[in-house]
Design a protein around this ligand. Structure first.
Ligand SMILES: NC(=O)c1ccc[n+]([C@@H]2O[C@H](COP(=O)([O-])OP(=O)(O)OC[C@H]3O[C@@H](n4cnc5c(N)ncnc54)[C@H](OP(=O)(O)O)[C@@H]3O)[C@@H](O)[C@H]2O)c1
Length: 287
């Protein structure tokens, strides 16, 4: 994937766009819109400038309280003077929402859609002509600064607006520019991968318990070891196959376990899991 990391792409926060003055409206702060709001706050957007509008005032209030942002009384209030509008609703809702924004969207506001399978062309057609639109494909670990987000840039987005969007995701973990063709592979490798990682960690923890460990000890051993393995690779740049060979002593426990890993088809199962997510993304885009 020929992607560009935001750290290499955008100036450091101090020299970058002034996020403290920026006004952001998040329309739909749910499972994904919430973490996106959280990472934007971490990047420097002020809580009083980040307005949440969900389906009801009560839902907006609950989400805003949890995120440390501001609940809007209405969508109109959230949109008034917004410089950036995040569309965090479900994919089947996003084009209707975009069409409804025709009359409400402040001129020049950058629209960031989180919706899987809805293309830049579809969004640009639904929004006022010439709207700057970015598709963002995040995963939930962005809420702890250890996630990934793939950014797809619409035709009307200026270089300055592109830098602004990267600055908003500067605390997400890694933010990379991808194409709409790459987004399917990105979903397998990052967007949906967080869910697969949770499932893998859960399965490993259950086996550790079956082997006799207390559940809380199993939780911390598995989670810490998975995090440590990823951190070692990230920090050293060593290829995972080389790192694996380094811990497989001849006739040892890891080599024996690894033989079962291959025999039981774990590698093929993981590949099929990621391929299924990528294919679903392609199918959703064709619909
Ligand atoms: N979940 C993921 O891991 C993930 C990853 C990448 C991308 N995405 C994308 O993120 C988007 C949201 O998915 P999600 O999982 O976060 O869904 P979700 O948890 O159901 O959140 C959707 C949010 O949209 C709000 N909403 C619905 N209709 C609205 C309307 N007309 N006006 C204002 N707010 C409205 C809901 O408000 P209420 O709370 O009041 O109902 C809810 O807060 C999707 O497009 C999905 O493709 C999700």
């Amino acid at each position: 994937m020929n992607a560009t990391a935001s750290s290499a792409d955008s100036a450091p926060a101090a020299a970058g766009p002034d996020l403290a003055a920026l006004r952001v409206a998040v329309i739909g702060a749910g499972n994904m819109g919430g973490p996106v709001a959280r990472t934007m706050l971490a990047a420097g957007v002020r809580p009083e400038h980040l307005q949440i509008a969900n389906t009801s005032a009560e839902s907006s209030r609950r989400a805003a309280e949890e995120l440390g942002a501001t609940a809007a009384d209405s969508r109109d209030e959230a949109l008034a003077n917004a410089d950036v509008v995040v569309l965090g609703v479900k994919p089947y809702q996003v084009l209707d929402l975009a069409a409804e924004l025709q009359a409400q969207l402040p001129a020049g506001a950058v629209v960031i859609s989180l919706a899987a399978g809805i293309t830049l062309a579809q969004l640009e057609q639904a929004l006022p002509e010439g709207s700057p639109v970015v598709r963002a494909m995040p995963n939930t670990p962005i809420s702890v600064g250890e996630g990934a987000v793939g950014l797809m840039r619409g035709g009307a987005v200026t270089d300055q607006q592109h830098r602004l969007v990267h600055a908003l995701f500067a605390c997400a973990g890694v933010a990379v520019d991808i194409t709409e063709e790459q987004v399917h592979a990105f979903i397998g490798a990052a967007g949906s991968l967080a869910g697969f990682a949770f499932a893998i960690i859960e399965a490993m923890t259950e086996e550790a318990v079956r082997q006799g460990l207390q559940r809380d000890l199993a939780d911390s051993l598995v989670q810490q070891t998975m995090r440590g393995a990823a951190t070692m690779l990230l920090e050293s740049g060593v290829h995972p196959a080389v790192a694996k060979a380094g811990v497989c002593s001849p006739g040892g426990t890891t080599a024996e376990g690894y033989a079962a890993f291959e025999r039981e088809g774990v590698r093929a199962g993981l590949a099929a899991t990621m391929a299924a997510a990528a294919q679903k993304s392609r199918d959703m885009t064709r619909d």
